[in-house]
Design a protein around this ligand. Structure first.
Ligand SMILES: *[C@@H]1O[C@H](CO)[C@@H](O)[C@H](O)[C@H]1NC(C)=O
Ligand SMILES: *[C@@H]1O[C@H](CO)[C@@H](O)[C@H](O)[C@H]1NC(C)=O
Length: 403
């Protein structure tokens, strides 16, 4: 559930920000006792998301990092000034009567929050001068501030297949409702015997340390999408290796959803499509085939649009952390981003292994042998996410697995 950004966090804390220690513990205190008013207020105040200037260590390092990258690259990559922004990915019409969209539109609160024409994915046609100028003013994951134009541009250029423009092809399903399951890694799934129910969905989303072997009865085996940032994927391979997460799920029909939270994600994505080692940066020399298998092609990979991440954060998960010095670190968890991606693409969505009101009864992850308390990372707001899932479940927009 919480993506292991702890390394970065530790670095940040060690970097001499002594006062943040105080704030961090204050955050723990507040986050564990949220007031419902606060959550409702944040849900009801969609609007432009104000992010702090990137004067934080994180912002500074990714900036200098990208500078090195662009100095190195000789040929400059130009966004197209002629191309118009593509129309928002016009959703293929759905014949589903009881869809997320229908239910959201019928709900007085969520009607004001959902904007179903927000683009979910990004592809080659998005690389325009207009988009570059707009996104270069926002830091990752909401924009491209400080990122190398060459790296971003050459990556997007490769996303030119029609499969890059939608998560799935509706034509592959014979009418009716496309039903999706999103499987978080929460301890609630241990002993749940939900495997069959999960696999009976048309599409199954998994993320980060999604251990399957040995837990088939509880979590199923089907994987249609695996979502991650390069950071969370690699941290999962390290942190959950002892529980059997020794490899990223692979398969012919499996598609990967990149969350662009760093220049690393653009670099890895580009190398994955090209089937070549990562040429520069912190993953230099890494072979993407080690993670995603031998099939290197654009069809295999999806990239979430920074505008989509901005929209989700501003409208669904506008945390109070954005008003603290953690604002530039804050982002919704990988699980939250996958669940919200499913909500904007599938007709019906079930969420398994996500945080519930009684989370304290369960271990952090379903594969732990000894019960471990849920880890609250300072860059996520799990209590706000819990309130959102509860509220979407009550509105009949998702089915949240609870026990
Ligand atoms: C996409 O771009 C690649 C590399 O530039 C090219 O080989 C391929 O034919 C293009 N595909 C489409 C569908 O345009
Ligand atoms: C999870 O399930 C396994 C096997 O079913 C069990 O051995 C283990 O103790 C459980 N973990 C927790 C934290 O309950």
């Amino acid at each position: 559930m919480g993506s292991p950004h702890w390394k970065r966090l530790c670095l940040l804390l060690l970097a001499g920000l002594t006062s943040s220690l105080l704030l961090y513990s204050h955050y723990h205190a507040t986050v564990e006792a949220p007031t419902s008013q606060r959550i409702i207020a944040s849900l009801l105040q969609p609007g432009p998301l104000v992010l702090a200037p990137s004067g934080t260590p994180q912002g500074a390092s990714s900036r200098s990092w990208a500078l090195g990258g662009s100095l190195e690259s000789g040929n400059s990559f130009k966004p197209s000034a002629e191309l118009e922004e593509p129309e928002p990915s016009r959703k293929q019409p759905s014949p589903c009567l009881h869809s997320v969209m229908a239910r959201a539109k019928a709900d007085p609160k969520f009607r004001e929050i959902f904007r179903f024409n927000t683009p979910v994915l990004m592809w080659d046609q998005h690389f325009t001068l207009e988009t570059w100028n707009r996104l270069k003013t926002r830091h990752v994951p909401y924009g491209w501030q400080g990122l190398s134009l060459t790296v971003v541009g050459s990556t997007l250029q490769l996303l030119n297949a029609s499969a890059n423009r939608h998560l799935f092809d509706r034509a592959a399903f014979s009418g009716g409702c496309v039903r999706c399951a999103v499987v978080g890694n929460g301890g609630i799934l241990n002993g749940s015997r939900q495997g069959k129910a999960i696999d009976s969905h048309h599409l199954v989303f998994r993320l980060n340390g999604a251990v399957i072997k040995g837990f088939e009865e509880d979590v199923g085996t089907k994987v249609s999408f695996y979502g991650f940032t390069v950071n969370t994927m690699k941290n999962s391979l390290i942190s959950y290796e002892e529980y059997g997460f020794t490899q990223v799920p692979q398969g012919k029909d499996l598609r990967y959803i990149f969350i662009p939270s760093d220049i690393r994600d653009y670099l890895m994505l580009k190398s994955a499509i090209q089937g070549s080692p990562v040429p520069e940066g912190s993953d230099k020399g890494d072979n993407p085939q080690k993670y995603f298998g031998l099939e290197a092609s654009a069809e295999k990979f999806k990239l979430l649009h920074p505008d989509f991440l901005q929209y989700l954060t501003a409208r669904f998960l506008r945390s109070e952390l954005l008003n603290t010095q953690f604002s530039s670190l804050y982002m919704p968890s990988t699980g939250a981003l996958m669940l919200l991606t499913a909500l904007h693409t599938c007709d019906q969505v079930s969420a398994y292994g996500f945080i519930t009101a009684n989370y304290e009864q369960f271990s952090d992850h379903y594969y732990e042998v000894e019960k471990k308390p849920l880890v609250f990372y300072a860059n996520h707001d799990m209590m706000l996410e819990a309130a959102l899932w509860r509220s979407l479940h009550r509105a009949g927009i998702i089915t949240l697995y609870q026990r």
